[in-house]
Design a protein. Structure first.
Length: 363
């Protein structure tokens, strides 16, 4: 069984990224074979998949199998930068280029020279930065903010996205020429629910990992727990699986994990991942309808009749908060779900207190 993990994986926050990836399922083995074919080339690669599936692990494996493996591998989350700092972060700046720039600083492209630069959440990159990124990929040189001198860079770019970039191109939110420049080669990483052969091997890996980390006695899954793991839909993918196993190990008795320890499979948990049920819990309409939109309209009418203060703000807050929780507090996924930009999501979440300014770059 092929297994990919991060260097120093135990130091990583489990909520940030998928920490392990196995290739046991037939779909996964086909993906691994494709990675091994693409890795030795110098082609840019675009990895497309849902959040929590291990895109960065794939990017790292591409780097390891490439001729650049003696150079640096650097990972950058494009969605974590504010629009005012993204150019400086990617391409660097000179001293005095902007207020607070007391020293010159190399950007991520210069830092990755000779190696591989992983650009995660590439779909969140502002349009004006997309133009500059395209130029860097074409010319293989960067111009620092505040400078007129180009610096050559030798970097292979591996980009990743959890949104449909083709739809973003059609909507005018992503440049078509950049899309094709990034997608010289592409890898579609299937969500965990579509590769069930990986579920139990991953669960066993996380069980051994956390048993060792917590200095617990060796634990096992009951047969019914294995069935529960295989029947769950895993909307949060590998990231969700890891958190489920961690919790189950903490609460299980006699070192045997039972279905009730997993906190999955119940109607309550499944309802947390159902858009219609989220609407039911949020608005609690008096009349139930088969069509969730009709139900929502009925709930709104009930609210109109009560005429509370600041009604629009309350509705917006309820929608944003429930969508954020539904997406496991992931801002990018929330933006995708609601069909708005991540910047709007971040601003609304800050306004309603769902996130704090100093932690906004985490999700």
């Amino acid at each position: 069984m092929a297994l990919l993990t991060y260097p120093n994986a135990r130091s990583l926050n489990t909520s940030i990224r998928a920490k392990a990836l196995v290739f046991e399922d037939a779909k996964s083995r086909a993906i691994l074979a494709k990675i091994e074919r693409l890795a030795p080339s110098e082609a840019n690669v675009l990895i497309m998949s849902e959040t929590g599936t291990g895109k960065e692990l794939v990017a790292r494996h591409i780097h390891t199998l490439s001729r650049r493996n003696q150079g640096p591998f650097l990972a950058v989350n494009c969605g974590a930068f504010s629009e005012t700092l993204v150019e400086s972060e990617l391409f660097g700046h000179e001293r005095g280029a902007f207020t607070g720039a007391t020293d010159a600083k190399a950007g991520w492209f210069e830092a990755a020279d000779g190696g591989t630069l992983f650009l995660d959440e590439i779909g969140d990159l502002p349009l004006n930065m997309q133009v500059k990124l395209l130029r860097v990929l074409q010319e293989r040189e960067v111009v620092r903010l505040g400078s007129r001198k180009a610096k050559p860079v030798n970097v292979r770019v591996v980009a990743a996205t959890n949104i449909h970039l083709e739809n973003a191109v059609t909507a005018g939110k992503f440049r078509e020429d950049l899309y094709y420049r990034l997608r010289v080669a592409s890898i579609e990483l299937s969500p965990l629910r579509e590769r069930p052969g990986d579920i139990l091997p991953l669960a066993e890996f996380f069980l051994r990992d956390y048993t060792s980390r917590l200095h617990y006695a060796p634990a096992t899954f009951s047969e019914s727990s294995n069935k529960a793991l295989l029947s769950h839909n895993w909307p949060g993918n590998i990231r969700e699986l890891e958190n489920v196993i961690h919790y189950a190990l903490l609460v299980c008795q006699d070192s045997v994990i039972k279905p009730e320890d997993l906190q999955i499979g119940s109607s309550e948990l499944r309802n947390q991942h159902s858009p219609t049920s989220s609407t039911h819990k949020l608005l609690s309409p008096k009349t139930q309808y088969d069509d969730p939109i009709e139900q929502l309209e009925a709930a709104l009418i009930d609210l109109f009749e009560t005429n509370p203060d600041a009604l629009f703000d309350k509705i917006e807050e309820a929608v944003m908060s429930s969508a954020f929780r539904y997406c496991h507090r992931n801002q990018v996924q929330t933006a995708k779900l609601l069909g708005i930009s991540r910047n709007i999501v971040r601003a609304r979440l800050l306004k309603i207190g769902e996130i704090k300014a100093e932690s906004e770059s985490i999700a």
